[in-house]
Design a protein around this ligand. Structure first.
Ligand SMILES: *[C@@H]1O[C@H](CO)[C@@H](O)[C@H](O)[C@H]1NC(C)=O
Ligand SMILES: *[C@@H]1O[C@H](CO)[C@@H](O)[C@H](O)[C@H]1NC(C)=O
Length: 439
């Protein structure tokens, strides 16, 4: 039996650029930045002032009519108390994705064959922190009964399945910054293996909190040199990059077997594209630093490409993981060069983290949506702040052989397939291959 083909029929986004797929795409290709200073956040915590990195990509707060997020537009006060922020983001993105897919199952059979695979890198840091402080300062009775269900990383998947009555696989990946790609790839496998016909797949993150920023800052992962120029802080592949900028949000995709999509009458135009290949590997090297030659990354990409049955030259765009760290961007670029080097500037490689920062667990699913939109629209989103390519400050590195789409988006005729990479602490590497749909 031929392996089932998996298509994307719905997408939903909430990011530092705002609410909704259409709005995000417009802002992205118009080179907008969603980054701001932590000192300007609503309810900013005085602890932010001590931290060496003071830039984040926060979901903008405001009315829905302006494509901003106001929890009152989406949830009752009762729900807001029960659902921590990363759960809220996942629900908002899921609603958009389901509406886009026109998937509103009513029968028991349909609901049982719909599953949720929504991950998170961290879960709710704020709930862990507040309850730990309350316990230490005021004792046992100050710990909230809802602490655990608000904080667990699998609760975005759990609550989504309860809200919509989806009785298929209920799964949550947590592989640090590779979470989003693993969630999509694993969900596709659930459909291929017959566990479900439709999967709500992706990831959600909301870790903009002094404790999380302090941890990443102490690990020397975060941007520190652009605190006075937030929009310039995330600069993938640029010589002056100094670390990543933490972002938040959620990207959710509706995956289904092609057979199922056609049977329920979707037309070619209603299918965004196909999940053609998925690769995953481990660096087996170091807890936070990449293998310098990008070996794990290379193997993940090779696997995804082989599974997709595509040749190197059929990939016209790579949405790179490139988080704007000195070592990470260089290692990924080196891995890309070893695989795609012959394509030179025929291959567009951009990192949308220049605009939204690094959404940790949610990065992979948000960026897979951007990669899919690039293929659908024949437009490659830009890498913001890319002034001078390089391995490090003052180091002109001739390994940078591709078109990195600096500053402005670029039309790309004949783009039929893209790849999106995500790598995480622990040396985990994932890559996904997305293709234009044609019968
Ligand atoms: C955590 O505590 C801060 C400070 O008291 C408060 O503003 C915030 O709303 C709390 N967050 C949660 C999720 O309970
Ligand atoms: C593979 O994953 C590790 C884990 O952090 C990551 O640091 C590294 O960048 C990835 N590999 C490459 C070459 O990018």
């Amino acid at each position: 039996m031929a392996s089932k083909r998996i298509v994307i029929t719905g997408m939903g986004l909430i990011t530092p650029l705002g609410l909704g797929v259409k709005h995000n795409w417009q802002k992205l290709i118009q080179s907008h930045s969603g980054l701001i200073s932590t000192l300007e956040l609503a309810n900013s915590d005085p602890l932010f002032e001590q931290i060496t990195s003071q830039v984040v990509g926060a979901v903008p707060i405001g009315p829905k009519a302006e494509n901003k997020y106001d929890p009152d537009d989406h949830f009752s006060k009762h729900e807001q108390r029960r659902y921590s922020k990363f759960i809220q983001y996942a629900l908002v993105a899921t609603k958009e994705a389901l509406a886009d897919a026109q998937w509103n199952p009513t029968t028991r059979e349909e609901k049982l064959m719909t599953g949720c695979c929504i991950g998170s890198g961290i879960g709710s840091m704020e709930d862990i922190y507040n309850n730990s402080v309350a316990l230490a300062q005021n004792g046992y009775r100050k710990v909230q009964p809802l602490m655990i269900p608000k904080m667990l990383p699998n609760m975005a998947a759990g609550i989504t399945s309860i809200e919509f009555g989806f009785g298929g696989p209920n799964h949550a990946v947590s592989t640090a910054c590779a979470t989003g790609v693993h969630a999509i790839g694993d969900a596709a496998r659930f459909i291929k293996d017959g566990y479900a016909d439709v999967m709500v797949a992706g990831a959600s993150e909301s870790s903009i909190h002094p404790a999380a920023l302090a941890g990443f800052a102490r690990a020397k992962s975060l941007s520190t040199k652009f605190n006075k120029d937030p929009a310039g802080a995330s600069r993938p592949f640029d010589q002056r990059r100094s670390g990543f900028v933490m972002g938040e949000g959620s990207g959710i995709l509706i995956l289904e077997s092609l057979e199922h999509a056609l049977k329920r009458g979707l037309t070619k135009d209603e299918i965004h594209g196909e999940v053609a290949g998925y690769g995953l590997s481990g660096d087996a090297h170091h807890i936070t630093s990449p293998d310098v030659e990008g070996d794990g990354a290379k193997r993940a990409m090779e696997f995804a490409l082989r599974q997709a049955g595509l040749t190197y030259s059929q990939i016209g765009y790579v949405n790179a993981h490139a988080t704007s760290t000195v070592l990470g961007d260089r290692a990924e670029n080196y891995a890309l060069k070893r695989l795609f080097g012959e394509l030179g500037t025929d291959l567009a490689v951009s990192s949308t983290k220049g605009a939204i920062g690094h959404l940790l667990g949610a990065a992979g699913s948000v960026e897979a949506i951007f990669a899919m939109l690039a293929v659908e629209n024949g437009v490659v989103p830009p890498t913001l702040n890319l002034d001078v390519l390089g391995g490090a400050e003052g180091d002109v590195d001739d390994d940078f052989v591709f078109d990195y789409v600096p500053h402005v988006a670029k039309k790309k005729e004949g783009l039929i397939a893209a790849m999106s990479n995500s790598f995480g602490f622990g040396g985990t590497n994932a890559s996904i291959c997305l293709k234009k749909f044609d019968e």
